[in-house]
Design a protein around this ligand. Sequence first.
Ligand SMILES: C[S@@+](CC[C@H](N)C(=O)[O-])C[C@H]1O[C@@H](n2cnc3c(N)ncnc32)[C@H](O)[C@@H]1O
Length: 374
Amino acid sequence: MSNLTEINIKGYNNPEARWARFGPYYAMFPLDFAFEVVDKYSKEGDYILDPFAGRCSSIYAGGVLGRRSWGIEINPVGWLYGKVKLKPANENEVIERLKDIYSLRKKYKNQIKKLPEFFRYCFCNEVLSFLLAIRKNMNWEENEVDATLMSIILVYLHGKLGEGLSNQMRQTKSMGPTYSVNWWKKHNLTTAPEINPFEFILKKIKWRYAKGVPNITDSYVFLGDSSIEFDAIAKRAKKNKIKFSLLFTSPPYWGVTNYYTDQWLRLWLLGGTDKPESTGEKHKMRFNSKIDYYNLLETVFSNCAKVMAKNSSVYVRTDAREFTFKSTVEILKKCFPKSIINTKKKPFKSRTQTELFGDKSKKPGEIDIVLTYK
Ligand SMILES: C[S@@+](CC[C@H](N)C(=O)[O-])C[C@H]1O[C@@H](n2cnc3c(N)ncnc32)[C@H](O)[C@@H]1O
């Protein structure tokens, strides 16, 4: 597939559309937008680069439209969603693995009582023992089948009552434990829903694969920090004589989101701590330091500039707030001095993500910064 007119990504009626929405993630690109940018600013066979890939909307759109795309993502939740939707494992193997893991759950029953109370309000015992078995036995970093099963479970780990494995919760972002327990008490939801996790996840696997798997041109997403691990990626690109034609990304916004605490429950399932603790690592927090934030963007964009083709384009969607916007424009001008720069204000048409989570302060919206070769 190489042309946007040949693919309908609106519904769920073909594998590309069905897998495109895989992975609820805070601050993800609207799907149409990702496909339109790829279509307009690159051509079939080009290479696309996204150093802040999130759930890989840009890379996936590139892969569907016949571009070869590379992404880097630091958060294992986003990385897993991206890696799996670019190349889901064989359905039968995923189902067999689900059966294996489910059969181990009884061994973990007595560990439930060691978990903080939040977990017992959130999940019934059958789900909890299954999750503990998942947490201890899956090689999701290296094994494709485990990665696929794990990421499908992550998608449905929490959500609206009946739509996920949990008590009532948002799907995109994990709420804090104290907030959640108080909320469940206030709304008389102190008993977690009884769910058979095997039946529940089996149904979700079958639905996801019902139209097949997407046809994606060679595309990858690397797990890592793009300000540190970029050298290895640049070396690989050089070895394969690859130059990227489109840099299409959306960096984290200064002082807005902590992608680690937002996903703390999913990160727990991947082996992390049982409460939303800050890691203390600067690119895994809320990007509060202006200096660290500026340095991150400068390091990453100047690294990217070294692997871009001479007449490449750059498309960056970012926060309209002054510090993030001005820093990004300044850095991009330094890194791509031979390009023409245009900005397009994108005021939110609907409610913003943060507003949905209770923050009703007025938001200036987002801005697209587009650089094209002179
Ligand atoms: C605005 S989101 C990108 C969302 C993405 N466009 C999508 O559609 O899902 C920014 C992403 O940058 C990631 N990130 C932050 N610092 C990073 C770093 N140093 N290296 C790689 N990724 C990083 C965050 O984890 C987050 O997923």
